[in-house]
Design a protein around this ligand. Sequence first.
Ligand code: ISJ
Length: 178
Amino acid sequence: MPADLRPLRNWLVGRRSLTARLVAACSSFSVAPLYEGLAVPHRDEARLLGLRPGQLARVRQVCLVCDGRPAVYGHTVVPLAPRHRFDRVFRGLGGRPLGHTLFADPRIRRGPLRFCRVDRRHPLGARAQAALATELPAGGRPLRAPLWARRSLFAGPGKQVLVSEVFLPGLPPLPAAA
Ligand SMILES: C=C(O[C@@H]1C=C(C(=O)O)C=C[C@H]1O)C(=O)O
């Protein structure tokens, strides 16, 4: 196991709501919304969702902040589906966490988790680094090392929500019970 993965492993493999686990691991948790609206998903996201290259989808980008430190960059893509209302899943959600909505709906199932390390050359890595720069207190230094990330598809009848999470250096230690 790579050395940089050891402290992160249990955060990465947990299938419960990451929001709920972060709330339990710190004294003050918040969601900093970075973007919510229409955008062209990254090529690999479009492929996973069966979208044509260049096709618009609803995209939400957030930074999950624990005790004032950026802990996770979240990037969520929902295909536009005129017959379903689900593409509105995060419209107007703002600083409320999407995790609560996803895990509260028993019809929605989480697919397998996939992991990789992303650096600035990967679109997700570049966005996570930009989010980190935005959320860091003045004087914080940008990161050079690649970051661990994971992705999974939440699906229900006629619904697909692709959630990617990039783990940032402000991730708190995982409490034993989380
Ligand atoms: C998928 C979850 O939701 C989290 C909340 C997000 C949001 O509010 O946009 C984004 C990524 C997730 O880490 C979760 O809690 O597991």
